[in-house]
Design a protein around this ligand. Sequence first.
Ligand SMILES: *[C@@H]1O[C@H](CO)[C@@H](O)[C@H](O)[C@H]1NC(C)=O
Ligand SMILES: *[C@@H]1O[C@H](CO)[C@@H](O)[C@H](O)[C@H]1NC(C)=O
Ligand SMILES: *[C@@H]1O[C@H](CO)[C@@H](O)[C@H](O)[C@H]1NC(C)=O
Ligand SMILES: *[C@@H]1O[C@H](CO)[C@@H](O)[C@H](O)[C@H]1NC(C)=O
Length: 957
Amino acid sequence: MGRIRPLLAALGICASVAVATTEHVGKAAIHDLGLQEWTVTNEYGNITVPGKFPSQAHLDLHAAGVISESLTTQSDQRVKLTRCRYHGLNDFDLRWIAAQNWTYTSKPISGLNKHADTSTWLVFDGLDTYATVKFCDHIVGTPDNQFRQWFYDVSSLLASCKSDPVLSINFGSVPRIINAINASDDVQHWPASVVYPFEYPNRQWVRKEQNDFGWDWGPAFSPVGPWQPGRIVQLSKGGELYSLNTAIDVFRKGQFNNFAPDQTAPWVVNASLDFVGTLPKHASMSVLITDAKDSRSVLYSGKLEGVAQSDMTVTGSVTIDAEKPKLWWPRDMGDQQLYNITVSVSSPGSETPLLVSSRRVGFRTILFSSGNITDAQIASGITPGNNWHFEINGHEFYAKGANLIPPDAFWPRVTSDRMNRLFDSVEAQNFNMLRVWSSGTYLPDWIYDIADERGVLLWSEFQFSDTLYPDSPDFKENVAGEITYNVRRLNHHASLACWMGGNEFENLMLPIAQGADPETYPYVLGQYEDLFIKTMFNIIAANSHSISYSPCSANNGWMEIDLDLPVPIVERYYNTTSGHIYGDTDFYNYDTSVSFDTSAYPVGRFANEFGFISMPSIQTWQQAVDPEDLSFNSTTVILRNHHYPAGGLTRNIHNSTLGQVEMTLAVERYYPTPDKTDPVANFSSWCHATQLFQADMYKSEIQFYRRGSGLPERQLGSLYWQLNDIWQAPTWAGLEYDGRWKVLPYVSRRTYEHVIASAFWNYTANDLEIWVTSDLWEPASGQVSLTWVDLKGEPIENNAGMPKSVDFHVGAINTTQIISTNISSDLKIPDPQDAVLIIQLTAKGKLPNASNRKITTFTHHNHFLPVWPNQAKVTDPKLKLSYNKSTEKFTVEATAGVSLYTWLTHPAGVLGFFDDNAFVLRPGEKKEVGFTVQEDTTGGKWVEGVTVDSLWDLTTT
Ligand SMILES: *[C@@H]1O[C@H](CO)[C@@H](O)[C@H](O)[C@H]1NC(C)=O
Ligand SMILES: *[C@@H]1O[C@H](CO)[C@@H](O)[C@H](O)[C@H]1NC(C)=O
Ligand SMILES: *[C@@H]1O[C@H](CO)[C@@H](O)[C@H](O)[C@H]1NC(C)=O
Ligand SMILES: *[C@@H]1O[C@H](CO)[C@@H](O)[C@H](O)[C@H]1NC(C)=O
């Protein structure tokens, strides 16, 4: 689909949660701005409401009842019940908020120390975006980047302030400002095709979350406000310091970004603290590293060496024996061993620290490898070209996961409960990696903390996507501040997997730019290299030895890396040899006639985006849409489909309808089409049918990519588009806005089991192959049972001529074919419309886990229909559902026929997911299914609202 890309969602209460990284601050006095009283006033002075800090104007206006996301009018009782939701067409109706400035004003701030020996600083961890900061009626700064930390010395202003000072922050209307920048003669103008607007135009000029201006899966609210915590810091000039940011780099001695480190080399821990205050010359640094779960277990304690200091930064390092620390591993590959590190800075000869900073780190190396395929790799059967994969602690592994988009259009209401629920759903899908896609925000530390603990690698990107960006000196300087701050802030997290400069430049925007204007292309390419390679890579290399860098997320790898070159990474671009394989794939095909044709899928080293949109469930639609709008073709439902994007600020029914049509055609092509008399039931069935298509299509692609791990392309990762939703709408998401699972997560969970058996059907020739694929790090063996039955559940004679069971042996991260047949000529299926192949795998092998060397049994279930589901002669399976209070499990039984896509639904009011869903049941087969409850507001009553149905029920009333 080109230029579109995404994030995630959970339903939350309006309360904001901001968890700042804790800093020891000696005796510095900290006044949290969240504890002051605030008002928010619009530009015309005719709206004033109480404000929070951190917050955004939309949230405070909502809390005050000025705007409502509720189902009906403000006077209606339901307002209170419906909490924070994106109602109806608020995406369009609330544009008046983004069209004006909003000012956050504090009450006079009391309790500040005005002594001459005190210095006073304003410190903001994030202001969104164009702000005029006034303290005691004087402008102290005009920050202009959402992603930076801003701090100001207000000592003399406070001293001369006649009363308790007022702090006010005037946030400019971002659309108005970027339109004005764009209208100026001084700025560069690109062809429209490379600065395409989703909704609000001109986002390339502002360092603000790019999906705030619309995306093909989200709304365009362009919110403003103090979105991160802030504080007033007071320091005694006698030597107190305040720590602004801390970079900890843990790497193997001799390691350099993008190159495989020596796994036997000792570890180096480098600590670098940014501060305000005056640090005496010849300061000393010491460090204490302990087990994060047991402070008595000390890994290292002592002085740091090579201490170097400047006005704002002090740095030192220590070497630790190679074997001493226990390694951190991603989940399923070993333990998530973490260590707490506390760095103290003291004046010479003093033991009393002036500055103390603590972080939690892991000892691991993570390489993003995208250099040339070596001769040794070619000798092992890998096609020449470039690598494109990750290595943890020196081991290649298969990356399984999805792309994370912002969980909400309003970050201050994203709670740690929501994110923890989201990570539950990540682990439950058997993922080991998420891609933090590049046009939301840099995630706060507390989300990386969750990932560190759970062992989920976060492929992280700088926040640039799907447009060309300027490289004027001002813009570059602003970006350099942003990158430096975030690289230093996040470097210590064990889950940080890589940095990439942005999304879809080399595979999409540069080729579009070249096509649009070949004459200016060399200049445009030069700008790209200046900003995304020279500027950014030099900053990474100066601040981190441990993290690899790639200038963008979809490309053909690099040919040369050398900091002394004018452009320190020489990208391969399209300098390719036919028949060789380079880089990753970013693949969308909305022609559903080939959705299950594997010959139409791309062959690459890694699939970082692929997918198709589906509708959320009726339960999720009901959160956001009035009852009369609950139909597939209501204006509200259509306009919430942003695939395809409006391309401007008007309501573009035409473009939105194209997406609805794609889903409709997909269902009509392959699935029984719902035609129920009850309109809401019919809408619900249609929504579900779009999810069946989505899940089957992703399964087909994931199986294809995983099989590639053992083929000459040596394919080593697949991350589907997109994990989560930012609101309630038709999108590529697996998880709906409040975290409810679509069909896809259940199917991706199965397809990302370690050892899987998959059917590959060439439906034109009617060839069928079955392959076993494993991502274990050692060979595994087992059996696959293959059982042909008709749709009444009766065995097909002689198992249709297929062996009932096949033994297999599969290599480490490899694949093996166990069946190759032709359904028409080799098999004897009396009626292909009345047949299904049940595939059950059992394998024995070892988890890639150094601390668990036990032989583990792995199982996987799958099925294959020799026709499309809408041709299958499905009968009513007469499903029975019961719930056992003591085991807390549901039992589902098919009593009269094979149940395809057996589907348990939980009611609204409970959040969580079933152990299994969308499975096949044969008559007489009873399946016990548990449910992981994440949040229950029904007092347990939800179990009575659980229902079960299957493909049979899609069309029957
Ligand atoms: C506030 O003033 C503006 C400009 O005069 C006007 O357009 C708007 O309707 C007013 N809003 C309210 C709530 O009075
Ligand atoms: C709105 O904000 C912009 C950017 O900070 C500022 O330049 C402008 O003066 C503000 N206008 C008003 C009326 O507050
Ligand atoms: C390690 O640090 C974390 C905060 O990052 C803290 O919650 C934890 O208690 C510390 N562990 C020990 C054993 O003190
Ligand atoms: C990678 O291969 C290209 C040819 O495709 C070659 O020009 C380049 O020098 C190679 N790089 C390295 C580091 O070997």
